[in-house]
Design a protein around this ligand. Structure first.
Ligand code: ADP
Length: 251
């Protein structure tokens, strides 16, 4: 499989606290990689390093490198805005803008200079179709996004993220605030999106990782304990700590 993201000897400190310890990982393109592990083990921290979201947290220090598309994203030449354009992100709580459904999806493309109405219409329709929301909202595009259900809002956030045509989609516990049916819809959606995007997801739900991902990384105390094909990691883990975690002995 083609590698898209190469993380090499990454250490991250929040002040004096060593949150990521010597993490090295290769994340393949056009597949789903899941980060699992008990709360506080560094999953979200690592996810946020991939689009430099941690830059915004004061006192954060990073060592090591992350190469995406042959470029070290922490080198001084990298424009963070351009990087974030290539990397969409979806959060735990759906966070649509208090705007219409249409304007939520058109927001990014407009920001990038697209003003032609027909072109925007097309992007909105394609993105909503990709996020499997079009059928439910096509007659109410002018309505406020805040009137949608939580699950619909999350699919709208996915549509908004993919409207700017990113390479990578980061999902940080994207279903943990949703009901089981909405969760299932998002899980099904990820299966369709993985042909086009590289997806990295953090989940506290290891059954979800087992259901949807191709590779799984198990973290403990800021370290990678095991990284393997999902099927292998859940059926025949190499490390006793992985075995203990997936069999529910802790976490
Ligand atoms: P996870 O996603 O696995 O639950 P996190 O990446 O959120 O773990 O957190 C990893 C560790 O870093 C935890 O001990 C957490 O308390 C700490 N941490 C996370 N964010 C910050 C921050 N902004 N400042 C200081 N410590 C933080």
């Amino acid at each position: 499989m083609e590698a898209l993201i190469n993380i090499d000897k990454l250490n991250l400190y929040y002040g004096a606290f060593h949150a990521l310890k010597n993490v090295s990982l290769t994340i393949p393109a056009k597949a789903i990689t899941a980060f699992i592990g008990p709360s506080g083990c560094g999953k979200s921290t690592l996810l946020r390093t991939l689009n430099r979201m941690n830059d915004m947290i004061q006192g954060t220090r990073i060592e090591g490198s992350i190469i995406i598309d042959q470029q070290n994203i922490y080198s001084s030449e990298v424009e963070v805005e351009a990087l974030r354009r290539k990397i969409g992100m979806v959060f735990q709580q759906p966070n649509p803008f208090p705007k219409s459904i249409y304007d939520n999806v058109a927001y990014g493309p407009r920001l990038h200079g697209i003003t032609n109405k027909k072109e925007l219409d097309e992007i909105v329709e394609t993105s909503l179709k990709s996020a499997v929301l079009w059928g439910e909202v096509k007659d109410s595009l002018k309505r406020s996004a805040l009137g949608l259900s939580g699950g619909q809002q999350q699919r709208l956030c996915i549509a908004r993220a993919i409207a700017v045509n990113p390479d990578i989609l980061l999902m940080d516990e994207a279903t943990s605030a949703l009901d089981p049916i909405s969760t299932l819809k998002i899980e099904e959606l990820t299966q369709e999106l993985k042909d086009k995007y590289t997806i990295v997801m953090v989940t506290h739900n290891m059954h979800q990782a087992a259901r949807v991902s191709n590779q799984t990384v198990f973290f403990l105390n800021g370290e990678v304990v095991e990284y393997a094909d999902t099927e292998k990691l859940f059926s025949n883990p190499s490390d006793q700590r992985t075995e203990d975690y997936i069999s529910g002995r802790f976490g």
